[in-house]
Ligand binder design. Structure first.
Ligand code: AMP
Length: 299
């Protein structure tokens, strides 16, 4: 089944306790598509500036990602910079430069409008809604967002939540959105806002999925050395949606397995900066860690 993603392609500046890197390839749609492409061909809609390195687009194409929906606009590519505390879970955004994303008016190519599986990766809810308007009959639409949009575009985000099937949030975003500290209660409140499924990501503590017909919880895969957690959430979503699109259904068993694939995909993401580790992985690598994770959680 076809899988469409809309979101950011970015150059990130990342400061960890060990190292600082400038203009690392990233963006919500970047991580998502590199992960999901291990499962299914991915169609990507995004915008980049004139400074976007051609080799970065080539990498996506080599992975089987359809980049014909990537617009090349005058100006600079979206940029984000952040710094991690020693615990990795605390991240400070230093700067967000929307650049070409500020005026982005997504145009989904005709052939992509029939996509059945749609991921609205982290982007302004206005852009996400414009993309959703153009997809004809999506079977399963999942949304990601972040603290910035919850703060400055809450009404737009609330309207969008009523139109999607699922939402992925980290613990901080769930608390901001609902005002509730207890994550189980927060997840229930999010379900009351419209979506049928909510996935809460808790960084190194794993993730859980809640919906009317399913409740499933997983620890993170035990990565030996974290280098850069940027994009782990988007990568999780890529593994999750990639498996769902491959199966072509949203039965509870599919969704539970998809949680394992999301977790495994994220484990590769954090092992290097940007998509450096992720871009060299294939389904075989994912399957190896899938089995290991299964061994960890099965009595
Ligand atoms: P994650 O670590 O999963 O939250 O994703 C980090 C990625 O999201 C980075 O590559 C950023 O370029 C991108 N990003 C940061 N801020 C935003 C934003 N406001 N909208 C869309 N993407 C963003």
């Amino acid at each position: 089944m076809s899988l469409l993603v809309i979101g950011t392609l970015a150059y990130d500046t990342i400061e960890t306790q060990a190292e600082k890197r400038v203009d690392v390839l990233g963006g919500s749609a970047m991580f998502f598509s590199v992960a999901a492409a291990a499962f299914r061909p991915v169609q990507l809609v995004a915008v980049v500036g004139k400074d976007f390195r051609p080799g970065d687009l080539d990498m996506l194409k080599r992975r089987g990602i359809d980049t014909s929906g990537v617009e090349h606009a005058e100006g600079r590519t979206f940029r984000w910079s952040g710094r991690y505390e020693a615990d990795w879970n605390t991240r400070h955004t230093i700067e967000t430069q929307l650049n070409v994303f500020e005026k982005f008016d997504p145009k989904i190519p005709a052939a992509m409008r029939l996509s059945k599986y749609l991921f609205l990766a982290n982007a302004s809810p206005v852009v996400q809604a414009k993309a959703l308007d153009q997809v004809e009959h999506p079977a399963f639409t999942v949304l990601d967002t972040m603290n910035l949009w919850i703060e400055i575009m809450r009404p737009e985000l609330m309207a969008l939540l009523r139109r999607v099937d699922g939402v992925v949030l980290n613990d901080e975003e769930a608390r901001m959105l609902t005002g509730e500290r207890n994550l189980i209660k927060a997840a229930s409140l999010v379900l009351g806002m419209g979506p049928r499924y909510v996935i809460l990501k808790k960084g190194e503590h794993g993730a859980f999925l809640m919906g009317n017909d399913v409740h499933f919880s997983l620890p993170a895969y035990p990565v030996k050395k974290v280098v850069d957690p940027t994009g782990a959430g988007d990568t999780f979503a890529g593994g999750f949606m990639g498996h769902v699109a491959r199966e072509g259904n949203i039965a509870p068993k599919t969704l539970r397995k998809a949680m394992l694939y999301g977790t495994v995909a994220a484990s590769y993401c954090v092992e290097d900066f940007g998509v450096d580790a992720l871009k060299n992985t294939g389904l075989g690598d994912f399957d190896v860690r899938y089995e290991e994770l299964l061994g960890i959680v099965t009595p």
